[in-house]
Ligand binder design. Structure first.
Ligand code: ZN
Length: 164
């Protein structure tokens, strides 16, 4: 079921999400909802808090299709960092450069509770880091540089003026 996206500056986006214990039918349904909402919104990733659910679940778009990751945890990060432009479904029309680790090793449970571990670099590594940040109440703008934050603030002001 398609769910409404929670937009910045809603406080839901600032909460620390709770880990998932048992993967119940409700959790499986929530995983489906996040996936469907991401696809319908043309996103490449979505975290549960973005539909108002303070739970540690993210969905990442991959070459093989959407991947559901429950209780994702970064085990290792490369020292090497990379700057890339990011956007977010909770901050429409706002983009900023963010510096992130180039590669990461991450573990999570799939929707059937199986333990998975993957090593990713480049774009997928960036999406993982962005979505896992959401579970800790961190937004990509928090990690943007001074100029990126300033430009985003100007853009947000303009968007608000146009809304009235
Ligand atoms: Zn986001």
């Amino acid at each position: 079921m398609f769910r409404k996206i929670v937009f910045y500056p809603n406080k839901e986006l600032r909460k620390k999400s709770a880990p998932i214990g048992e993967i119940t039918a409700e959790i499986k349904q929530l995983c489906l909802d996040i996936t469907q909402t991401m696809i319908a919104s043309d996103g490449i990733g979505l975290a549960a808090p973005q539909i108002g659910e303070s739970k540690r679940i993210i969905v990442i778009q991959t070459e093989g299709g959407p991947k559901i990751c429950i209780n994702p945890e970064i085990l290792e990060k490369t020292k090497e960092k990379e700057i890339g432009e990011e956007g977010c479904l909770s901050l429409p029309e706002i983009y900023a450069n963010v510096k992130r680790s180039k590669g990461i090793r991450v573990k999570f449970l799939d929707e059937n509770g199986r333990e998975c571990e993957v090593k990713v670099k480049g774009m997928p590594a960036r999406i993982f880091q962005h979505e896992i940040d959401h579970l800790d109440g961190v937004l990509f703008l928090d990690r943007a540089g001074f100029l990126g934050k300033w430009k985003a603030r100007k853009r947000l002001q303009k968007l608000r003026q146009n809304a009235y």
